[in-house]
Design a protein around this ligand. Structure first.
Ligand SMILES: [Zn+2]
Length: 142
């Protein structure tokens, strides 16, 4: 069994990577330190911090394999645009609402022009049931 020894990009120590191919540093602190050093060396880098880190765990529904960050950025932009258009233009149908909510990965949408229930729970549109529900606490987005 070969062990695939890697050399840390920061401290140059050799180590056995936990995740092959992606890992460039022997430890989290080396990774962080390397980024800090990089930022110091080139502080004017325009897009630093805008791009999603490539090592981020995958979100459900989107396969990162073969999809670049640029593509995902485009999708997010498109969703944002269509939301804005819908809000200004015309009443949103339930189907459109559901579609947009699905894209955003969001099930409950706060209804601003509806009173809260007597116990204070605000009204939400449940895009899955397509019903208005009152929730005191939102479940975490799936
Ligand atoms: Zn290291």
């Amino acid at each position: 069994m070969d062990k695939y020894l890697y050399t840390c990009d920061y401290c140059a120590k050799t180590y056995v990577p936990k995740r092959r191919y992606k890992q460039r540093f022997c430890s989290n602190s080396c990774r962080v330190n390397s980024h800090k050093r990089k930022n110091k060396l080139s502080p004017a880098k325009p897009d630093a911090g805008l791009k999603a880190p490539t090592e981020k765990p995958h979100k459900e529904g989107i396969s990162m394999a073969g999809i670049g960050n640029a593509t995902i950025a485009n999708i997010v932009t498109e969703v944002g645009k269509s939301l804005l258009i819908k809000e200004e233009d015309k009443p949103v149908t339930k189907a459109e609402f559901q579609r947009l909510a699905d894209k955003l990965g969001q099930r409950y949408i706060l209804i601003k022009n509806m009173d809260a229930r007597a116990d204070g729970a605000p009204a939400y549109f449940d895009t899955t049931l397509q019903e208005i529900v009152h929730l005191k606490f939102l479940p975490p987005w799936k």
